[in-house]
Design a protein around this ligand. Sequence first.
Ligand code: 4NP
Length: 151
Amino acid sequence: MKKILFVCLGNICRSPLAEAIFSHKTQGLNYSCDSAGTAAYHIGKQPDHRSIQVAEENGIPISHRARQFQAEDFEDFDFVIAMDRSNYSNMKALVNYEPKNLYYMRDFDPEANGDLDVPDPYYGGIDGFNLIFQMMSRSIDNLIAHLDSEK
Ligand code: 4NP
């Protein structure tokens, strides 16, 4: 069983949606996933209503309570996937070694063109949530193909 962790800042917009998409696309397969945030602001909260809306519009069940990323997560998960460069450096700063299992979501986006960030949609409107949904959905398709090919 491979374990995948999706990480953003607040763990209420991007990463719980990524977790829901991954979970939906890998139903019945040998993967488990979770999500976390580098910040503590929203611990215990449900996903943002806009992430819930976009998930529901796309037929994807979503259920999560926000938790904070901790250094031990690097040991517990096979893949730790940052939504943006700031999440990546915040996680890396928690350990004094080079984490070998730390990636960017957009490492797996065939349309990234070198852009490493899934943009933070928190202060924008629903359009930003639809954009990140598309971006994460195609990245996750590619991530799953990568994971399947590793077996
Ligand atoms: P997320 O979005 O990192 O995708 O969950 C955010 C949620 C909350 C805040 C920032 C980003 N905030 O500043 O409270």
